[in-house]
Every structure is written in C-alpha cells, then in structure tokens.
Design a protein around this ligand. Structure first.
Ligand SMILES: Cc1ncc(COP(=O)(O)O)c(C=O)c1O
Length: 398
C-alpha cells in the first residue's frame, strides 16, 4: 500500500477555489467579486507610488537582504505600534507592548494561536458569526475548540449587540475572543465605541483574552479612526493580542507583511513573553522575510512617503465608498427591494449581500459574476466598467 493511498481530498478553500473557477471561465464579461483584494478603477491590483519609491531607494542603496533577528526589524515594529496605539501612547512608553513581524495577518494569528495554546491549553476560542473563514480553521489547527458568538443581525443589517454580549458572558471564563477591530469581514458592519465599551466590560468580568484582528486599517474611516477599538483596549489596562496586516493597505499581498502585537502588564513581563514568542517563530520559519517589511518601515518612517501613502490609502477608501454608494443607488433605481444586505453604512472592502447560495450560483452560471457562497461581495472589485452589469445581474437573481 502506498504511503498516500488513504489520503482524502481536502475540501476546496472556498475563496481560492472560486479563483480557480474564475480563471478557467472564458467569458470576457466575467467579474470576480469573491477574493478579498483591492482592485483599482482599471481592474488591476495597484502598485502604490509610496511603495515603488521605497523599493527604488532600497535597491539604489544596495541594502542587503541578509540575516535579521527572528522578531524582525526594529523600525518596523515601532512603526506598527504607532499605527495601532498612536504615537507616544502610554503603553508603548511603559514597555507594555511587544511586536513581532509576521507572515501577513494570517501569520500573526497563527503565531498568536500557537503561543496561546501553550499559555491556555484548555481554552475555548470564540469568533463572530459570521467571520473570515480562516479564523475557525486557524484556531482549530492550533488545537482549540472554536465557537461562534452572535454578531450579524440580517434584519437590521447591523450588529446583534444583545446577542453578542450574552454569548460572550456565557463562554467559559478565560476564553479567547477574536474580534474584528474595524471593517468586519465579511459583513462590513462594525461595533460603535459604546458597544466596544460594553464588550470590554464583559471581557474583563469573564477574564477573557481579547485577540483583535485588524487587517483593513485605513479602509473604514481613516488610519486613526479605524484604530479606535485598539486604543480603547489599550486604555482599559487589559492584556490582549493584536494581529495586523499591510497586505491590503500597502497592496503588498504577495510580500506577506503583518505583525503580532501583545500588550502585557509590565516591561519585565514583555521581555519574558518576547523570548517565548521568538521560540514559536524560530521553530516555524526561523526568521521572517525582510523585503516587504523594510519597504513598509521606510514608508512609515519617512514623512514624505508616509504622506504619499496616506493619500493613496484615502483614494482607495473613497473609491470603495463611492462604488458601494453607486451600487446601493443603482439597485434602488432598478426597483430592488431593500431586504438584502447592501447599505451605504458598511465599511471596508466587503458587503454581506444576503444573496442565497442559489442566487450566488445563478450569478456565476448565468452572468459570470463570482461571489463567495455565503453572499460576501468584495465591493473593492467594482469599477465604473462593471458596476452596471453587476447590479443588473444581482437585481435579476434577487
Ligand atoms: C479579517 C482578516 N484577518 C486576517 C486576514 C489575513 O491577512 P493577510 O492576507 O495579511 O494574511 C484577512 C485577509 O483576508 C482578513 O480578512
């Protein structure tokens, strides 16, 4: 018997599988609204000017791509902390934050999950219902049981605040609670500051461990505004985890640039925690790659490049917002009933359309429009060239 004869076919990744089907589709009118990627008005993944400038400078300086410390580049870590917590934040000054470069936001979640498994081997992990598909898979593969807490309310197209708080209260004490800090994926529906305060109270009461995931900072209302939840947590005095990503905000998907930040109780605790995190990293991939993080650090630490990046990020945010508004308006003009999930208030790259699996299937088969089976639509893939055909197709299947 061959070693692999009993290996079963793994289920297709819902999003990567969709991409394969999209690529194989020969219709010229096809549109991919499935993948979570920002496309510009020309339908291309942009190369940000700030990134191009930083890469050029790096090549001209013949900067080596040699060996670096396991946890990454100090200038990068500092820049990440300032984006998350604000420049000069008290907990940065107090040495309560440690940041390690990670392989994208996914890598940050994975290092965090592996470290948590050593700290709290018997804990339960709770994720929002619904959530980014990989949250469940990541924490399960780190060995945790994963539950959902109520989050999205399809009737109000908002957050089920009461249900969420009740579910968080009912989790076993010291559970790990994964929270989308902004631009919730897939719904585009976020908590308001007063909701975050109520959530914080429950987390404190139940001694849960918050794990904030922020993969779209800057795509909601702005860089600082989108970090509001992270900063509320920072003020609360709690210990918590943050995974962050530059894949979208720097359009650097392939470079895998992200970070894991941990807030501890003291500088002394931070030193011990960092030493353990380095072990987790060392036994996974030894050291992180250097190019993408160096580029990000150069941009964030140069006033000119930073201003350029902020302007470009603002343009991406505004473009998505205007496409979402245009879609909402066009659907209303077509006479679509307002009992589905596109609303102007959604933030970030996604809308939770409320389309059923059958409707999503029809969109694909009849119109060559690809969306995730759950109804998640990537609004950032819309442009003036495809908006009309997409809204007409959605209206047709509704
Ligand atoms: C909520 C959320 N967290 C994390 C990630 C992972 O980001 P990265 O592509 O940097 O691994 C994503 C990407 O889709 C996401 O949507």
């Amino acid at each position: 018997m061959s070693l692999f004869s009993a290996v079963e076919m793994a289920p297709r990744d819902p999003i990567l599988g969709l991409n394969e089907a999209f690529n194989a589709d020969t219709r010229t009118t096809k549109v991919n609204l499935g993948v979570g990627v920002y496309y510009n008005e020309e339908g291309r993944i942009p190369l940000l000017r700030a990134v191009a400038e930083a890469e050029k400078a790096r090549i001209e300086a013949h900067a080596p791509r040699g060996y670096l410390p396991i946890e990454g580049i100090a200038a990068y870590d500092k820049a990440v902390q300032e984006l998350l917590f604000g420049k000069g934040a008290a907990l940065i000054e107090a040495g309560r934050v440690i940041t390690t470069q990670a392989l994208g936001g996914t890598g940050a979640l994975k290092i965090g999950a592996d470290f948590l498994k050593r700290l709290l081997p018997d804990a339960t992990v709770a994720i929002s219902d619904p959530s980014w598909e990989n949250h469940r898979a990541l924490f399960e593969s780190a060995g945790f049981p994963v539950q959902n807490y109520r989050y999205y309310d399809p009737f109000s197209n908002g957050v089920n605040r009461g249900g969420m708080l009740e579910d968080l209260r009912n989790l076993p004490a010291r559970s790990i609670v994964v929270l989308h800090a902004c631009c919730h994926n897939p719904t585009g529906v976020d908590l308001q500051p007063e909701d975050w305060k109520a959530v914080l109270e429950v987390l404190r009461e139940r001694e849960h461990v918050p794990f904030l995931d922020i993969a779209y900072q800057g795509f909601g209302d702005g860089i600082d505004q989108d970090a509001e939840a992270v900063r509320l947590f920072a003020e609360s005095g709690l210990e918590f985890f943050v995974s962050s990503s530059f894949s979208k905000s720097f359009s650097l998907y392939g470079e895998r640039v992200g970070a894991l930040s941990l807030v501890t109780s003291s500088r002394e605790e931070s030193t011990r925690v960092l030493s353990q995190l380095k072990r987790v990293i060392r036994t996974n991939y030894s050291n992180p790659p250097t190019h993408g993080a160096t580029v990000v650090a150069s941009v964030l630490n140069s006033p000119e490049l930073r201003a350029m990046w902020e302007a470009e990020l603002g343009e991406m945010r505004d473009r998505i917002r205007s496409m979402r508004l245009a879609m909402v308006e066009q659907l209303a003009t077509l006479g679509a009933k307002r009992d589905f999930g596109f609303v102007a208030e959604q933030r970030g790259m996604f809308s939770y359309s409320g389309l059923t699996v059958e409707q999503v299937e029809r969109l694909k088969n009849e119109f060559g429009i690809y969306a995730v089976g759950t109804g998640r639509i990537c609004v950032a893939a819309l442009n003036h060239g495809n908006l009309d055909s997409v809204t007409r197709a959605i209206h047709a299947v509704l």
